[in-house]
Write a protein that binds this ligand. Structure first.
Ligand SMILES: NC(=O)c1ccc[n+]([C@@H]2O[C@H](COP(=O)([O-])OP(=O)(O)OC[C@H]3O[C@@H](n4cnc5c(N)ncnc54)[C@H](O)[C@@H]3O)[C@@H](O)[C@H]2O)c1
Length: 279
């Protein structure tokens, strides 16, 4: 089956690599030629690490890269049976991309967005084929993370959801079907958890180190919530928390003022060298 992945950033390149390793012919599309070049290098590096760890053989890595075509511009995707969009997390950008995809993909194609926080139902409407549309929410880094949330939009057909479930299973992932509600499953639970840890820190419950240690030793978490926030990026955590608050309008999602202040100060976590910890 030929797959088109639109958006060659962090997620698009990971999704493309995973599909190609599973044997799909693939076209990776972006409007930025630099992004396509970076995606090629990222995939090459990631596949080389898998070979080194003996997860795959050198020949498999080579064949996978050979199955990927890099394409500048959203045209001529009529031969793709599955189209997965992973462009910027912005509704206006997704609207523009899906209105272009509506005329450059075939009627029968399975259509999916990798959005984390936007409404799948809203993006489906831009495609003009909402019954053929669903969410396929992959996790970062895609080659390592087993889960895909298959999100049922309000107008997704049962056949579409079933095809998405089977497709993601076929590329070696574990799909879980959920409804199109803000945060789906993982972010709905994880974002308030991180946010509550920031509330606890600012209330002086304990130090960042002790909050994280408590959750590792007392709840068997592999990483503490504040260290996790630094890893994800505080700007990303803030945007996700704001989106849950505005979508649900429920004060239980109140954003920790400390996180907002840290983002204003440029303390974004690992990527800026400082967050709840220094790097
Ligand atoms: N990064 C994560 O941890 C993560 C996890 C799950 C889901 N997501 C979701 O995946 C999507 C992509 O996120 P990302 O982190 O890979 O972003 P990114 O910024 O790394 O990549 C986005 C890519 O989209 C391209 N793009 C922008 N406009 C385009 C257009 N009109 N046509 C074609 N390509 C275009 C950009 O050039 C860029 O290469 C978002 O919806 C995000 O919410 C991200």
């Amino acid at each position: 089956m030929k797959v088109a992945v639109v958006g060659a950033g962090t997620m698009g390149s990971g999704i493309a690599q995973t599909c190609a390793l599973a044997g799909h012919e693939l076209v990776l599309v972006d409007t930025n030629p630099g992004a396509l070049e970076r995606a090629r290098e990222t995939m090459r590096g990631s596949l080389a690490r898998m070979v080194k760890k003996e997860t795959i053989e050198a020949r498999e890595a080579e064949d996978a890269l050979g199955r990927v075509a890099f394409k500048h511009g959203i045209t001529g995707l009529e031969d793709a049976g599955v189209v997965i969009e992973a462009v910027f997390e912005s509704l206006p950008v997704k609207r523009e991309v899906w209105s272009e995809l509506a005329s450059s993909t075939s009627e029968g194609a399975l259509l999916a967005t990798n959005t984390s926080s936007l409404s799948v139902t809203a993006i489906a409407a831009f495609s003009g084929r909402p019954e053929r549309f669903c969410g396929m929410h992959f996790f970062n880094p895609v080659p390592m993370m087993a889960l895909v949330e298959v999100v049922r939009g309000l107008r997704s057909s049962e056949e579409t959801v079933e095809q998405a479930r089977a497709f993601t299973e076929g590329i070696g992932k574990t799909p879980i079907v959920c409804e199109d509600k803000p945060g789906f499953i993982v972010n709905r639970l994880l974002v308030p958890y991180i946010n509550d840890a920031a509330h606890a820190l600012s209330e002086g419950v304990a130090s960042a180190e002790d909050i994280d240690k408590a959750m590792r030793l007392g709840a068997n978490m592999p990483i503490g919530p504040l260290a996790l926030a630094d890893l994800v990026g505080l700007d990303v955590c803030l945007a996700a928390a704001e989106s849950l608050l505005s979508e649900f309008g429920d004060p239980k999602f109140r954003v920790a003022p400390l996180v907002r202040q840290m983002v204003r100060a440029g303390k974004l976590g690992r990527k800026s060298g400082e967050g709840f910890y220094s790097y």
